[in-house]
Design a protein around this ligand. Structure first.
Ligand code: SF4
Length: 65
């Protein structure tokens, strides 16, 4: 069974580095305002966690639901 995640991106913190988009490209997009948005759990748990861990401003929060 797939672990269900609740992922939030702080737009206050996000500075558009695109790291998360690069590491989990099916789960994060960059908006026109250069802010990342979580669009769905379309990558593996590990990839999404890696994206969160590598965000330079710690803007991504991952919780297991
Ligand atoms: S890695 Fe962090 S700062 Fe970079 S785009 Fe994603 S949320 Fe924004």
């Amino acid at each position: 069974m797939k672990t269900k995640l609740k992922v939030t991106v702080s737009h206050e913190r996000c500075m558009g580095s695109t790291t998360c988009v690069f590491l989990a490209s099916d789960s994060f997009i960059l908006t026109n305002e250069n802010k990342a948005e979580f669009i769905g759990q379309n990558n593996s748990l590990d990839a999404i966690k890696e994206a969160a861990e590598n965000c330079p401003v710690n803007a991504i929060r991952v919780e297991i639901e």
